[in-house]
Design a protein around this ligand. Sequence first.
Ligand SMILES: [Zn+2]
Length: 291
Amino acid sequence: MAFSGLVTRHSATPNHSTRNAGTTPKYIVHHHMATTGFSAVLASWASGRKQGSCHVAISNSGELVGVVDESRRAWSLSSSMFDSQALVTEIANSAVGGGWLVSAAATEAAAQLTADWCRRFSIPCDRDHVIGHREVYTRFKKGYATACPGGLDLDGIVNRARQILGQGGSPLPASAAPAAVAAAPVSSGGGWAFNLPDAASQLRVQRALAGRNPSRYTGPQDGALGPNGFRGIQITIRGVGYSGPVDGVIGAVGCRLIQVYAAKFGDYRGPVDSILGPNSWAGFALGLERP
Ligand SMILES: [Zn+2]
């Protein structure tokens, strides 16, 4: 059995497989559980009732529970290719809904584990290799669009893990372009990050897209933007120079133009740096809502 020495107990599950031939962990992917019910999630994996798993589950109090052996492939990303290259956590939320926050204790535990995994598996401790579930889709085009891991502070976790490892400094920004999963680490020039806002802000964007004439979005208004909503966003940013495909995959150019649109139509006064944050989205939504 191979588990981090930080794990203090185990909760077995039948939900795991061999890693694809020739693959070793090169990414650390953090998930949130989208619930505060830590024991119930462990129980659903233990019974095999729920088709998911992770290597280490982290409770609200920061307890690290070993679930899947590190040599095995956990089921977490809807991509056997990416799961084969990943070490993954599932972290309990401290509150349900809103910003889907995670406690300080759980965040610190995630940073400690990240540092341990980076050291033991020679994974660079930066934001190109330590990522949230949603970035598997937005940066690597694997799996599906998701807001997971909610309000987890990924930059903070990498900063803290680097401190633990004695590496100091800031993490590299998100990569300039989506890379093939098997590719060598990509350079960090011209970073961008397609961070989604909280559910309330996503709902605001969905409503505003749907309310446009003609409508730019006809999917559910559920506060979880997906490919259909992203297509509506791409149609919208054509108004500020977007000439790429309307394919629901928003990259570096799309991130920048969301901010350009927010500045032009939605009173956004932050940087146009392709790193989306809550203010970028608030400005984008406001611009969309205006007639
Ligand atoms: Zn997830």
